[in-house]
Every structure is written in structure tokens, then in C-alpha cells.
Design a protein around this ligand. Structure first.
Ligand code: 4FV
Length: 223
């Protein structure tokens, strides 16, 4: 998969995209990524990419022309172009699985108060990572990239495969334990040392259900 980030802050990405699992995905040739900066496509003398909102009001708005040129400099017929914004469809695990099948993602990061409404025609869809306002779309774009890339076959080691984890079956994950067996007098559940994988799987399923009921009752209806 290739991911192109359209951003005014390209230097934000390498520390995240080249680290750990995402970095190894690139080394394994399962991922390639790049950044394109609308400022490099702004042909006005001061490379302006933002301007005051028509009709007045606080803050600045991202201009459509540099954005269009930047998007079109990387967009191909097979590309899925996504704008990250609070107005978008809520990003979910299911959406991550869907996007993991794409060959090329173009993730467009807004800044300022927002972008010129006419630029929305450039995008296939809008995604939001949550109902709060950030200073830019860069962090949401990295959240989407992380959740999507780890679902690409071969990115996660078999044993860490994304098969058994939160939200896959609509439930939260079961409790995990590791050494020490006793910590501050608290013991790891005995069943996990039984070697009886049926009993362990049943215990984990019940524990996942209990955790979901307690922490995310809203998920129970879907589970
Ligand atoms: C956001 C979100 C988000 C809005 C104004 C960037 C900011 C600024 N994007 N999910 N929540 N974007 O807050 O995706 O331009």
C-alpha cells in the first residue's frame, strides 16, 4: 500500500511512520509513504495557502487552489482520497479493515479554521477520529494510517495478528497478564496456567463480555 499525506507540516510524519511496526512494514515493502505540501503549489508571491473567511469571522481558511494542485499531484484513478475533519464519518475498526484493502490512500490534513468548502469535491470521503477539535488533521491522518497498515496481511507477526483483539467481534479485548505471577499479593487467574485451551478460551470470552458490559455497554448491542 502507498499512503500520501497532503500536509503543511510534512516533518511531523517520519517519527511516527518510520517507527516500530509501521517502519518495519516499509522495510518489508508492504508500505510506502510520502508527503506533499500545498505550499509548494501556491503560485502567489508569498506562497500563501490560507486567507481570511468571506463573510468575516475569526481565524483563517485553507485556500482551494494550492490544495487542489497538491492533491492532483499524487491522486491516481485507483486512489482513495480522504479528508480528515470533525464533520467526517466516525472512523471505526470496520472502516480500517475496509481501507486496508486499498492500494493507494491520499490522506488530506486540514489546518486553520478549516478548508474552502469547494475543496470537498476533491475527496472521496471525510473521516473524523472523534468529536473534538484538533489544531490540524495530521494526527488524525496518522491515527488512520496506523490502524489501517497494521491490518495489511504480513505487517503484524502471525502471533500478533489482528484476529483476536478489541472490536473485531464487537467486544473489548479480554484481560491480559504476564510475569510476575504474583504482584503486590495479586495473583494471575489460575485458569491461565491450566493448559486447557478450551477453558482458557471460554474464560477469555466471558471476561471480554464482562469488560465490554462494564466499560462499553453501547457495544453490547452490536456484539
Ligand atoms: C479532526 C478530527 C480535527 C479541525 C480544524 C483541524 C481539525 C483544524 N480531524 N478528526 N477531530 N481537525 O479536529 O479528524 O483545521
Amino acid at each position: 500500500m502507498r499512503i500520501d499525506f497532503v500536509t503543511l507540516f510534512p516533518d511531523m510524519f517520519a517519527p511516527v511512520m518510520d517507527a516500530s511496526i509501521l517502519g518495519r512494514a516499509k522495510e518489508k515493502g508492504l508500505l510506502e509513504w510520502g508527503c506533499v505540501n500545498p505550499r509548494d503549489f501556491s503560485d502567489n508571491k508569498h506562497h500563501k495557502v490560507d486567507d481570511r473567511p468571506f463573510g468575516g469571522g475569526p481565524g483563517m481558511v485553507m485556500m482551494v487552489e494550492p490544495l487542489e494542485k497538491a492533491v492532483k499531484s499524487v491522486k491516481k484513478k485507483s486512489s482513495k482520497t480522504i479528508f480528515l475533519s470533525p464533520q467526517g464519518e466516525k472512523f471505526t475498526d470496520g472502516k480500517a479493515s475496509q481501507l486496508a484493502k486499498e492500494k493507494h490512500l491520499v490522506l488530506v490534513c486540514g489546518r486553520y479554521e478549516g478548508i474552502d468548502e469547494r475543496a470537498l469535491d476533491l475527496f472521496d470521503e471525510e473521516l473524523s477520529i472523534g468529536d473534538y477539535v484538533l489544531t490540524g488533521g495530521e494526527l488524525p491522518a496518522m491515527v488512520v494510517a496506523d490502524a489501517v497498515v497494521r491490518k495489511i496481511p504480513g505487517v503484524l507477526k502471525k502471533e500478533d495478528a489482528a484476529s483476536s483483539e478489541s472490536f473485531v467481534e464487537g467486544l473489548l479485548d479480554f484481560p491480559q497478564y504476564t510475569r510476575p505471577r504474583v504482584w503486590r499479593g495479586r495473583e494471575v487467574p489460575e485458569v491461565l496456567f491450566s493448559g486447557d485451551h478450551k477453558r482458557i478460551a471460554a474464560w477469555r470470552r466471558d471476561a471480554a463480555k464482562a469488560a465490554t458490559k462494564r466499560k462499553r455497554p453501547d457495544l453490547m448491542s452490536r456484539a
